[in-house]
Ligand binder design. Structure first.
Ligand SMILES: *Cc1c(COP(=O)(O)O)cnc(C)c1O
Length: 226
């Protein structure tokens, strides 16, 4: 059903549905449900805490799956990301980038990274403010961090506000992405990770290439957590 909704949202604005990755956010969900999703053909999954992800080694190593880390990473946990995850959606500091790159090189892997941007300037959210993105990328590229591949931008939409406001946030991320492409090149900024269960269709209309959908696939997350 979610794929169908993704396809419809994409077609409604003349986009190819295949240009949109569905990241099934499996955080806090029981392993049995994740295995059901794998059996049903889902390959891309997202987790947001290092501790929980590490308790799922068998799933992380499951053939034909691709794991994305979508939570905030403290620099002291950076070492757990390369090797366990193919993508990180939440890069927001050069210090973190250096730690990730060192680990990626050590384990001889390549980590795709997205810059998290706080487009709505929300004090409760992580991420770079839009005006900090260009200077960040200049510094990131100058550091020549082998092991990290910069691939695009990520944002979390305002949860409580009206659809039109979310669409506006998503559109500002897309515009920022376009400015980044113009300045730094398409190879670094082809991806936009935006849209969750409540707002993925608006995000797709605004240009999302990765939607991070949890509860709409797996049902409400178990109580104990959040
Ligand atoms: C939990 C989470 C999601 C998925 O949320 P749903 O509302 O369950 O779809 C997406 N992105 C991030 C960063 C998350 O932490």
């Amino acid at each position: 059903m979610i794929r169908e909704r993704i396809n419809n949202a994409a077609r409604s604005v003349g986009r190819n549905p295949e240009s949109i990755r569905l990241v099934a956010v499996s955080k806090y969900q029981p392993e049995a449900l994740i295995r059901q999703a794998i059996d049903a053909g889902q390959t891309v999954f997202g987790e947001n805490t290092v501790q929980e992800a590490l308790s799922r080694q068998a799933l992380l190593q499951e053939p034909h799956t691709e794991w994305h880390f979508i939570g905030h990473v403290q620099t002291n946990k950076a070492k757990y990301i390369p090797g366990n995850f193919a993508w990180l959606h939440t890069l927001d500091s050069i210090k973190l980038a250096r730690k990730l790159a060192a680990r990626a090189e050590a384990v001889e892997t390549d980590l795709n990274v997205l810059l998290q941007v706080n487009v709505s300037n929300d004090p409760d959210k992580f991420g770079l403010l839009p005006e900090a993105v260009f200077p960040f990328v200049d510094e990131f590229l100058e550091a020549n961090l082998l092991g990290l591949s910069l691939r695009g931008l990520m944002t979390i939409g305002r949860r409580t506000s009206a659809d039109a406001e979310r669409f506006a946030d998503f559109s500002s991320l897309r515009e920022l992405g376009e400015h980044c492409v113009a300045r730094f090149g398409e190879s670094y900024f082809g991806e936009l990770s935006m849209g969750m269960s409540d707002d993925f269709e608006a995000a797709i209309r605004a240009g999302s290439t990765m939607v991070r959908v949890g509860s709409a696939i797996f049902g409400p997350r178990p109580e104990k957590t959040r």
